[in-house]
Write a protein that binds this ligand. Structure first.
Ligand SMILES: *Cc1c(COP(=O)(O)O)cnc(C)c1O
Length: 342
């Protein structure tokens, strides 16, 4: 493990920033008369949400086997990506590192914050070349490495994640948006071992609540404190907090969702074998496939004509389309359309 000092990584203005706090956060009342926040006295959702998301964090902490103080919640993990960049990267000065290809939002938020984006090209199996990683991290001053595993849009998991955590002086963000679909261990297991990791997870994929916009960051108490300091006080609304609390009570729901997606994934993989325009199915640990196609533009357009929206990754990933697993009915329609393309 390289030497690690959180306070030299965090921007100076953030270190001295005082978080917004509400008197309500730190005091318990039985029947309060709430005249402190200019809310309406009428209606069901008239009150501001709990800015500390206490109930939700407590329940999630129990579910994940971490402490509530190791959790920060965001308006989707997208918001957390933005906040993490804001905390560590000085605009116009600092750089982030991401894999290439990987999730586009890291570069997007780095651009919003005026931070340089360095890209680490993956090998032909979409894994990281360790020598390349060591070289680029030695040659550049990099604050954050976004390590996405399973990776979007390639679908594979990154091998030996601990190596990158051990050999990096900055923060490693392990983005696990698809971890529930994978048999690999979560980076959460590394949380107590390394002070320089942030694990991102989300309720948008396996949990099936992308519309609620709830993402989670797990990290050391010190890092979480900075995220809580910079976030908008009411970044997760009351309806979403309630929804996710109820979801966490329904323990079978996640397993049911994941099992049925995995079953459909296996079915699709089998069907793909007999489709002429598909030249390669990349291995996946997620709820989507990266497929190499003959005549990729034509295949994409033909699907679109039949009102099937997919994600064309060509030309960045030559000849490739990313297609996610849908319901059986949707998957059957997809296969039928693909079968008709010569
Ligand atoms: C979908 C996805 C996210 C999740 O974004 P939310 O804002 O939580 O909906 C994060 N990272 C990756 C790699 C994704 O594919």
């Amino acid at each position: 493990m390289k030497e690690f000092n959180l306070n030299t990584l965090v921007r100076k203005n953030i270190i001295s920033l005082q978080p917004y706090t509400s008197f309500r956060d730190n005091n318990e009342f039985n029947a309060p008369v709430l005249l402190d926040a200019n809310e309406s006295p009428f209606g069901k959702y008239n009150r501001y949400p709990d800015s500390t998301q206490k109930k939700l964090k407590n329940k999630l902490a129990e579910f994940k086997g971490v402490s509530p103080s190791q959790i920060a919640l965001g308006n989707g993990s997208d918001e957390l990506i933005d906040l993490i960049i804001k905390i560590f990267c000085e605009p116009k000065k600092d750089a982030i590192l991401m894999m290439n290809p990987s999730f586009a939002m890291y570069a997007f938020y780095a651009a919003v914050n005026e931070n340089e984006v360095l890209k680490l090209n993956l090998d032909e199996n979409f894994d990281i070349v360790k020598e390349d990683f060591l070289k680029i991290t030695q040659e550049h001053d990099i604050k954050i490495f976004f390590l996405c595993s399973p990776n979007n849009p390639t679908g594979n998991s990154i091998k030996d994640i601990e190596f990158f955590v051990q050999n990096f002086e900055g923060i490693v963000v392990i983005d696990e948006a698809y971890i529930e679909f994978s048999e690999n261990k979560s980076g959460l297991d590394l949380l107590d071992k390394y002070p320089n990791i942030i694990v991102l997870q989300t309720f948008s994929k396996a949990w099936g609540t992308a519309g609620a916009r709830v993402g989670c960051a797990y990290a050391s108490e010190e890092i979480i404190r900075f995220i809580n300091t910079v976030k908008a006080p009411y970044n997760v609304n009351s309806l979403s907090q309630e929804l996710i609390l109820n979801l966490l009570d329904d323990k079978n729901k996640l397993k049911e969702n994941v099992d049925s997606i995995l079953k459909e994934r296996t079915w699709l993989e089998e069907q793909f074998k007999s489709i002429e325009c598909i030249t390669k199915v990349f291995p996946t640990d997620a709820n989507f496939f990266l497929l190499k196609m003959k005549n990729v533009d034509k295949v994409y357009d033909e699907m679109l004509k039949e009102e099937i929206l997919t994600s064309k990754r060509a030309p960045a990933i030559p000849d490739c389309i990313r297609i996610n697993v849908g319901s059986r009915e949707e998957n059957e329609k997809l296969i039928n359309v693909l079968k008709g393309i010569s």
